[in-house]
Structures are given as C-alpha cells and as structure tokens.
Write a protein that binds this ligand. Structure first.
Ligand SMILES: *Cc1c(COP(=O)(O)O)cnc(C)c1O
Length: 230
C-alpha cells in the first residue's frame, strides 16, 4: 500500500513538472531504482504498475532478475543498469539488461558490443557523461565524447539512444539545474551534427522535477518510492 501511494505521488509530481515545462508526461519514463530493495518489495512495485526497474550492481541484479523471472513469467518489465559497469561484467550485463545507462569508454563499448554479438542481441545503451570534477568518478569527459560516439556508431550490436549524467549532490535542486541544462545542450549540439539521441537520463528523488523541466526523458527514482535505503 505504501509503495502504491508513493508511486501515485511520484506520478503526480512528474505530471505537474511536465505541465510546468509544457511537456507531455508520457515522454517521461520512470526508472524505479531497486538497488538494495528485496525482491518481494520489487514485485509489489511491479503489481502497482512499475514497468522499468533500475539496478546499480550487476551481481546483485543477476540474483534478483533470475529469481524474479522464476516467480513472474511473461513479465513486461524492463531492467536497466544505472550503475557503473566493469568490463569483466559486460557479459552478464548484456544477458540481464534491456538498457545500459553507463557506457563511458571505448573499451567498455567494445566489450559490450562483442558480448552483444555473441548473444545475437542489439544492446540498447546510453553514454554517461561526466560534467564536472566533483562528480562520481565515472562518465566520459566532454572532450572525449565525439571520439566515443564515432566509435560507437561503427559498432553493429550497439544501439545508442541517448545520454545520462549523475551530477554532484546538492541539498537544493536548483544548484543541479545547470548540469541538467548542460546535458541537454550537449545533446542538442550533437543532434545538429546528425546524432539522434532522444533519451536524457537525469534526475533522482531529490531533483527529478528540475530534471524534467530541463528535458529529462528518464528519471531514476529510488528513495522517494521505497524510502531511505537501509
Ligand atoms: C541510487 C541511484 C539513483 C536513485 O537515487 P534516489 O536518490 O534513491 O532516488 C539514481 N541513479 C543512480 C545512478 C543511482 O545509483
């Protein structure tokens, strides 16, 4: 019941942020972040209507996704990897995830492409960009972005759908706004060069409304749905 109420409240907030920005709320996908959350809670969230689940760690996700599929057959749920990916886990990531948000190097892209080919799969990906030094240590720097995108465009088993960022943490979401704006600007510049990057994965529990105002198409929300992680 609690999850159902939280989800309804989040959807309401997504709708008003979209309305404020003159956007269609249908264009904003909720990625429900389930890291550290137990399978039974996740199943409750799915029954409450959640359709995209986001996990941070491959190993944790592997156990959950396997058990989930044993319990819920014919599920329409998508699993997204939102945490950083090590090359040696790419093999598992390709088997588990519909979308990987965190491609940030040529080496990683090559490995994911290779594993996708082995699995006869086209792996949907986002490129994670690091916009500042204070940020989490992962993400490609802007100066290296064009090179990465050019290489990815020649990898046959990857389908690049957009960009993702994790800005530094601020209490006040207004301080995060410039990072969200920057990601959208980078995307728009790339669009002008012919890159089709519709998805912008940005915004978490504390700042998703600002992210939506700045163009987010995927917001990654955990705490506001499940409560503080233990
Ligand atoms: C944990 C996590 C989230 C969700 O954060 P909340 O503050 O719990 O909403 C979003 N994105 C990434 C990359 C995360 O690791």
């Amino acid at each position: 019941m609690r999850i159902l109420q939280h989800l309804a409240a989040i959807q309401e907030r997504i709708n008003s942020a979209a309305a404020k920005a003159g956007r269609n709320p249908q264009d904003i996908k909720l990625v429900t972040v389930t890291k550290t959350i137990e399978l039974q809670e996740i199943i409750k969230a799915v029954k409450a209507g959640v359709r995209i689940l986001g996990e941070s760690r491959v190993q944790e996700a592997q156990e959950k996704i396997t058990n989930y599929k044993l319990q819920i057959t014919n599920s329409k749920v998508q699993w997204h990897l939102i945490g950083s990916l090590q090359k040696n886990k790419a093999k598992y990531a390709v088997q588990l995830f519909d979308l990987i948000h965190t491609i940030d190097s040529i080496e990683l892209a090559e490995e994911v492409d290779k594993q996708a080919r082995k699995n006869e799969k086209t792996q949907r990906i986002l490129v994670q960009i690091k916009l500042s030094e204070e940020e989490a240590k992962h993400g490609v720097l802007e100066k290296d972005l064009m090179d990465l995108l050019d290489k990815i465009s020649n990898m046959n088993n990857l389908k690049l759908e957009g960009l993702m960022t994790i800005p530094p943490l601020f209490e006040d979401p207004e301080f995060v706004r410039p990072y969200f704006m920057r990601l959208r600007e980078i995307r728009d510049k790339l669009s002008a060069k012919g890159y089709n990057l519709p998805e912008l994965s940005m915004g978490m529990s504390n700042d998703f409304e600002v992210a939506i105002e700045e163009g987010a198409t995927m917001v990654r929300i955990g705490t506001a749905i499940f409560g503080e992680r233990g």
